[in-house]
Every structure is written in structure tokens, then in C-alpha cells.
Design a protein around this ligand. Structure first.
Ligand code: C5P
Length: 233
């Protein structure tokens, strides 16, 4: 388990997504489907990509009352995804309910990971909008421990937080990290970035890479470069 490159397929249609995946002849990269694609193309896109043999991280970041999340997770689990997520801010009872909903009758279930604080939230906005006055590192650590207590498999976090999360929650508690850029690449709107090689060194289990692959002149080459730098010895 772990040490893989997940491609964020942030496209707005089924056609664009499948045309992109067609480029990868003979390879089946791990694919992340987020809100944009899921809301545009519906559950069928999940079934279609799964039928092509890809593993899927369904990134819908659920946050609601425990009963609603439990039932929604049961539906997502029936789509046979490999990983899904929710907001740790939904509390420990919500995370426990999510796990229950996710568990299939045969006892199997997708991996479940929690978003701690979004990387778009900084100390200032957290204090002003959420009235949370702790240092953000403490909030991330606290939410990660809550996720662990609820029985989840890991968290989505910045690569910079991965080592601390492992220290607090154990080496086998997964860290799934977006915000990855090549050293010679465009940073775009991501603020705190790391290269695939740095993310590997710091102990990320999965890196989530979008535009450095999807917008590259040769997406397959860019993906292979990520795999070489992050997965290969
Ligand atoms: O294109 P880029 O590599 O920035 O894509 C990163 C992906 O990871 C996007 O799908 C984005 O929504 C997602 N993500 C993120 N930061 C988080 C959680 C998810 O960038 N904290």
C-alpha cells in the first residue's frame, strides 16, 4: 500500500477525461476524480474509469451530519472506488459513521482519509472566519489525531506536514499530499509546494499531481518523471 502518484483529473467532461487517459497506453495511473468532474459527469465516469482498470481516489470531501454522511458513503463505496475523503471538521462521530457506511457487506471498504485544514486556509483566515485561535500546525495535528481515533486510514495534507503527521499518528497512517511541482515548473496558485523527490524524502505516501501532468506538453512523460522521482528507488 502507498507510494504512488495520483493524477488529479480536473476536467469538466467525460470526453476530455477519457481522451486524456487514452494517452497512457499500457499504463493505468491512479486517478483522482474531484467535484468538478463528478458533478459534470456523474457516477458513470467513476464506473467507466474503474472498468478501464484504474484505481480511483474520489475526492468529494464530505461534511454533514453523521447519518447523512454514512448513507452517502455507502453509495460511494458501491461505486467500487479505492479511496475517498471527508472533512475532519465534521467531528469524530461523523468520521466513525462514514467508516460504517463505507464498509461493504463482505467487510471490505475503500481507504478513508480526512482533510485537516484546506491548504487555501491560512492562519489569518482561520482566526477571522472560523474563530480558531490556535496555531494552524496544532489544528492540523489535532484533526489528524481525531481522524486516527475515529479509525480512518490517513489525511490529506501539505507535503510539509507529512513528517509531523507520521510522527504523531504512526508511520502507517497515510499522508496524501497535493501541492507538488517540478523544480523547473510553474507553481500556479499553489503556495507551499514540493518536488516529487522532496515529497518522497519527507515520507508522503501518495502525491496528488494535477496541472504539472495534465497541462504538460507530454503528459505521459511528465507522469513517468513523477513516478521516477517519487516511487522508484
Ligand atoms: O493542479 P494541481 O497539481 O495544483 O492539483 C492539485 C489537486 O489537489 C487539485 O485537484 C486540488 O483540488 C487538490 N487539492 C489541493 N489541496 C488540498 C486538497 C486538494 O490542491 N488541500
Amino acid at each position: 500500500m502507498g507510494k504512488d502518484v495520483i493524477i488529479a483529473c480536473d476536467f469538466d467532461s467525460k470526453e476530455k477525461t477519457l481522451a486524456f487517459l487514452d494517452l497512457f497506453t499500457g499504463r493505468k495511473p491512479y486517478v483522482k476524480i474531484g467535484m468538478e468532474l463528478f458533478y459534470a459527469a456523474g457516477p458513470d465516469i467513476v464506473r467507466g474509469i474503474k472498468a478501464r482498470g484504474h484505481q480511483i481516489f474520489l475526492d468529494l470531501k464530505l461534511h454533514d451530519i453523521p447519518n447523512t454522511v454514512k448513507k452517502a458513503m455507502a453509495v460511494l463505496s458501491s461505486l467500487d472506488v479505492d479511496m475517498c475523503n471527508l472533512h475532519a471538521a465534521g467531528t469524530v462521530p461523523m468520521m466513525r459513521a462514514a467508516l460504517e457506511g463505507l464498509t461493504r457487506p463482505d467487510g471490505t471498504r475503500p481507504l478513508l482519509i480526512a482533510v485537516t485544514q484546506l491548504t487555501s486556509t491560512d492562519q489569518q483566515t482561520m482566526e477571522r472566519d472560523l474563530l480558531i485561535n490556535e496555531p494552524i500546525e496544532n489544528v492540523v495535528a489535532h484533526y489528524a489525531r481525531n481522524a486516527k481515533e475515529a479509525g480512518l486510514d490517513g489525511v490529506v495534507c501539505s507535503p510539509r506536514e507529512a513528517a509531523r503527521v507520521h510522527e504523531l499518528c504512526g508511520a502507517d497512517f497515510l499522508t496524501v499530499t497535493p501541492g507538488v511541482r517540478f523544480a523547473d515548473g510553474d507553481v500556479g496558485d499553489q503556495k507551499r509546494v514540493m518536488t516529487p523527490a522532496e515529497a518522497k524524502k519527507i515520507g508522503s505516501d501518495y502525491i496528488v499531481v494535477g496541472r504539472p501532468i495534465t497541462a504538460a506538453p507530454d503528459p505521459v512523460e511528465a507522469y513517468e518523471r513523477c513516478v521516477r522521482d517519487f516511487v522508484s528507488e
